[in-house]
Design a protein around this ligand. Structure first.
Ligand SMILES: [Zn+2]
Length: 75
């Protein structure tokens, strides 16, 4: 019994720049979960509630929260 090895290519150690970091936002008011990508300047995440269109800005800060998921309630 011999299985051929998986044809894996070597992955680069760092992701390409086209992959933008994101965070998950759970809107309690609408009960929806969205994914928010980092803004063009790389300093903020602009989240928008799918229910009431209210915007929430998350700042990217060094030494800040390393959490990738947040809960937001617009009310
Ligand atoms: Zn809302």
């Amino acid at each position: 019994m011999s299985q051929s090895p998986l044809n894996l290519r070597q992955l680069p150690s760092s992701p390409p720049e086209s992959v933008r970091p994101w965070i998950g936002i759970h809107y309690l008011c609408s009960g929806k979960y969205i994914r928010v990508y980092r803004s063009a300047d790389g300093m903020q995440y602009h989240a928008r509630c799918p229910q009431c269109s209210r915007c929430t800005v998350f700042r990217v800060g060094k030494g800040g929260s390393s959490a990738r998921q947040f809960e937001v309630s617009c009310r």
